[in-house]
Design a protein around this ligand. Sequence first.
Ligand code: UD1
Length: 362
Amino acid sequence: MKVFLVAGARPNFMKIAPIYREAKERSAIECKIVHTGQHYDYEMSQAFFDDFGLPRPHFFLNAGSGTHAEQTARIMTSFEVILRSEKPDLVMVVGDVNSTLACSIVAKKEWIEVAHVEAGLRSGDMKMPEEVNRIVTDSITDYFFVTEKSGAENLMREGKDKKRIFFVGNVMIDNLLFQLKKIEGNPSNTFKTQALKDQFKEYCFLTLHRPSNVDSAEKLSEIMSALEVISTRYPIFFPVHPRTKKMLTKFDLKLPKGIITLEPLGFSEALNLWKDAKIVLTDSGGLQEETTALGVPCITIRENTERPITVEIGTNILAGTKYDGIIAAFEQHLTKGKPGRVPEKWDGKAAKRILDVLEEAG
Ligand code: UD1
């Protein structure tokens, strides 16, 4: 079976790594990596391929940035060319970025089956581009690989065939556990950020890049005002996403001095920092899951989450994006805490389960 494994943006690379590694172990599956080029800066792309030991992508589409339509269209037209010449049996897409949507549509129209890893997650917020991407992708998916039970429930509510839904666990956590083992054998002085960690000892770790949080001066300022208060208690390490960097410049917003900005970090550099953070503050999807898997307190700066298990049983508190909610979540973690459990099947074996399903199908 010839499988195209599609990745385009930073959160995709950690999801394809365990699948690619597992596929290499199996003679029945020939797996080729397609990189759409949605993310292209070294720190947003190649750094992850290096960190994860992924080979050079077999196909690179060079889509780059642009409006949603421009970016999606560029990915679609280039992907169509290689699909027509290479004719894979299956296109596997991961997550919810524009590359996920673009490549699944092209595959389906070429009569090639589509597998979606991380299917069924729903935030209910149609203003999030990712929610549109998830719903459209799942509307044409043949194999739904689900990370948490809410995913399967959402798909069944939408009338998807139960036989096509596979609760396999979370490849993001496969990658996390694999990388954690690797860095545990790595003396800490090999990390660029170790000096910061040694200097401050107790700190928070922040990521922030959602358009709904950073593309409006008013919203970004309100979030920053809460972070300013938090940063007087603990310094906040903040690797700044390119979108956020652009917006801070555009709005001429100065960050509080307790926020220590960093360039975007490679996976293991970031992991080395956040795994020992007092609290992680984030609007990313992946970090909500990863902090739950390692039992690190997390505050999600969003109004909703498509990953409810992290709040229901994990260490994640959904704080909203207002000053009061963020401060209340911070106080809750410091005073009562929020002990968490690791969700079912977040055990490092999701990629294996995915490939077992595909091998059986055939
Ligand atoms: C995309 C995903 C989002 C994911 C995020 C992780 C969509 C709709 N969004 O959002 O789900 O959480 O990636 O990072 O697919 N830029 C660079 N260098 C790069 C890439 C982007 O400078 O390598 C800049 C560009 O100016 C671009 C902006 O960042 O305009 C945003 O990039 P884009 O890929 O459009 O969306 P993200 O916000 O990164």
